[in-house]
Write a protein that binds this ligand. Structure first.
Ligand code: HSE
Length: 414
């Protein structure tokens, strides 16, 4: 019998235990042996839980129990999760985790330890909640050269943007609803500032490009500056605003990587992804675009990925089936100022005619002006031609001599 320990009994931890016992019989058939959760680690007491006898507060009880072969870390954050995961791997136990912060910061090191110890380190739940994405990229898409990967990677912000776009709901109310539904991080700043999506695109880029991409090297912006006015103008452009994490291969084996709100045309497969749903578009040289879609956050979808990894770890005990990537230097990531795309710009000016002429002068004749039902007389919105980030910033500075820039959102072509 394989004995499992679950570290953390929060939203994902309790979901993991629930899915495990709900489907235990089937899971055992798939794993080829009997399974049980021996311990649940949490600092809190759960005297009324049906699993009350499994709770422990000291991680060493788990670490020093040779019967435990798989540890499932669903605490989140770096401390104490990193120490727990590292010592479990070093003790020869496989680890599965939903912790994107940990994998994005320490993935290369933990994967190396797992290989050396001939155990598994799986993290399907760290990206896209219940959507299978890590294993499919690692196995089913192995035949492809992947040059581009982009996704809606955060359920909370997608939920908020959907409420703004569909219902004209304010940001705060939408965030509160997402928190009540258990989608948001403990600190929702990680969602709305783009940090959570940044960690996820780092994991995907590390997997696709084979070298660890650290969050510090990723240009990251959240959705806090997106307004209902922007939503209206972009609607008139037959597009939607989505928080996108993307990573593209560039010259000399380098990559561009970033997280930011982006204008996505309605014909894109990503534009119709609403509410808490996530989608990840993988551009393979043989497959073309493949899109993975599903619930990217929430108790049971995330638990589904954790429990699947537990079964895989049991099935592959004694062999290291973990994917790998190398550690890397930051120079692998190209400076974001060289990133090229079109831009949506919204401004206001006392003399709107002069500002419009100036915008035409600065951005050239490919500029496309937008209109909105609620447009103010002193307001202007337009889409520029494709240009580098540096050129765009310089152009905006010139434009600011005659106008106040109220918003700028990059336009992506997925
Ligand atoms: N807060 C995250 C989200 C949870 O909203 O997507 C899943 O990683």
């Amino acid at each position: 019998m394989a004995k499992i320990a679950v570290l953390g009994y929060g939203v994902v931890g309790s979901g993991t235990v629930e899915v495990f016992y709900r489907n235990k019989e089937n899971l055992e058939k798939k794993a080829g042996e009997q399974l049980d959760i021996k311990y649940i680690l949490d600092v809190r007491d759960f005297p009324d839980s049906p699993y009350a006898d499994k709770f422990v507060k000291d991680f060493n009880v788990i670490l020093n129990d040779p019967e435990v072969s798989v540890v499932s870390e669903v605490i989140g954050g770096i401390k104490p999760a990193y120490d727990f995961v590292k010592s479990a791997l070093l003790a020869g136990k496989s680890v599965v985790t939903s912790n994107k912060e940990l994998v994005a910061a320490k993935g290369a090191e933990l994967l190396k330890i797992a290989k050396e110890k001939n155990v598994n380190f799986f993290f399907e739940a760290s990206v896209g909640g219940g959507i299978p994405i890590i294993k499919p990229i690692h196995t089913c898409l192995e035949a492809n050269e992947i040059d581009d990967i982009a996704g809606i990677l955060n359920g909370t912000t997608n939920f908020i943007l959907t409420k703004m776009i569909r219902d004209g709901m304010g940001f705060d109310e939408a965030l509160k609803t997402a928190q009540e539904l258990g989608y948001a991080e403990r600190n929702p700043a990680a969602d709305v500032e783009g940090t959570d999506a940044c960690r996820k695109i780092c994991i995907l880029a590390s997997l696709v490009f084979g070298k660890h991409v650290y969050p510090e090297s990723v240009h990251t912006e959240g959705i806090t500056k997106v307004t209902l006015e922007d939503v209206e103008y972009i609607d008139s452009y037959d597009a939607k605003i989505k928080l996108i994490g993307c990573a593209k291969r560039s010259e000399g084996d380098k990559i561009f990587i970033g997280v930011f709100p982006a204008v996505i045309r309605n014909e894109s497969q990503l534009s119709g992804v609403n509410d808490v749903f996530n989608a990840i578009l993988v551009r393979g040289d043989a497959t073309g675009d493949v899109v993975f879609y599903g619930k990217g956050a929430g108790k049971l979808p995330t638990a589904s990925a954790v429990v699947s990894d537990i079964v895989s770890a049991v099935k592959h005990a004694g062999t290291s089936r973990s994917l790998t990537w190398k550690d890397s230097e930051q120079s692998f990531v190209r400076p974001f100022e060289e990133f090229r795309c079109a831009n949506y710009i919204r401004l206001c000016a006392d003399n709107i005619k002069a500002a419009k002429d100036k915008a035409g002068e600065i951005f050239g004749d490919k500029i496309e002006f937008l209109s909105s039902k609620k447009q103010h007389d002193n307001e202007l919105a337009f889409i520029t031609d494709v240009m580098t980030e540096k050129e765009t910033l310089n152009a905006c500075e010139k434009l600011s001599e005659n106008a106040k820039i109220l918003g700028r959102i990059r336009v992506l072509d997925y």
